[in-house]
Design a protein around this ligand. Sequence first.
Ligand SMILES: [Zn+2]
Length: 305
Amino acid sequence: MNESIAKLTLERAVNEAQARSILNATMLKLRTQYGYAPDKGVTPDEMTARCEALVEAVCGAVEDYVEATGKAPDRMRNTARYRVSKEFPKKKYEGLQAYANVLDQRLKRAPLHTAEAIGNLLDFNAEYLVKAHELDEIKRRSRKEWQRLEYEYVERSDFNLRELHHRLLEHMDEEVFGDSIAGEYRKERRHWRKCRCYSCDNYFPMAKKHFMAKKRIWKFKSIDTGNKNSRYCSEKCQKAQEKALLRLKSDGTLLPKHFYLSVSDEWASDRYNSHNLPFAPEILSGISDKKSSKSVKKAPPKIQY
Ligand SMILES: [Zn+2]
């Protein structure tokens, strides 16, 4: 009896090992085929076909594995211990906790036969499918729709119309103008113009003498000199508008790409990590050596008598 159980267990173990290596091989093949970014101009239809083919292949591989072993593919577990409190210093993750607490870095490098590796590959392709649809929708966006988005897009609004109005009324309260308050308001209001940069809501003075002249909060040269022809509240806005006009020619909109192209969390974190790598220690010490050698004062020349 015991012998037959042992035989069965052994058989099952062999079966499992075989099924796992088959799944591993299939996944390796699929990853070489689908684990790379598609061409830049990929259409939604092409991407859909690619995803459907991948899903079919993955389903087949998983079904074979389940049939051979009688269970679902392995899942990653966090077997590390975590600190609970001073009294109970370390504890193991148990049950579902272990599956929920696997480190991101380990999940990314999940072994090919695990459910996580299969998920990663599907996820990677799904991202591109969503992106292809998004790009297609953007391509077909009319100028009118773009204009509405451009109107809503504001980067600078430190001194907008509401602020100007509020300050002007405050100023009117402080000074005594008698009956001609409305006239005075209009006169002062004529000195102010809205910045022509598409992403700026600021108002700025066109005349040298305006009610806030003493505060000198505008540093743009033409504003300081009270140039009536100035179009922008600052040099920043001037440059931003120039760049936006170039974008209008190439992309069909004034808006920057990062505003209308969504970036998935994972891509954003990858980009963040690739731009924020710490220096290698030897480079750092090299920099500090250079700095310290510069700051060391040269010894005064010796005077010989
Ligand atoms: Zn501006």
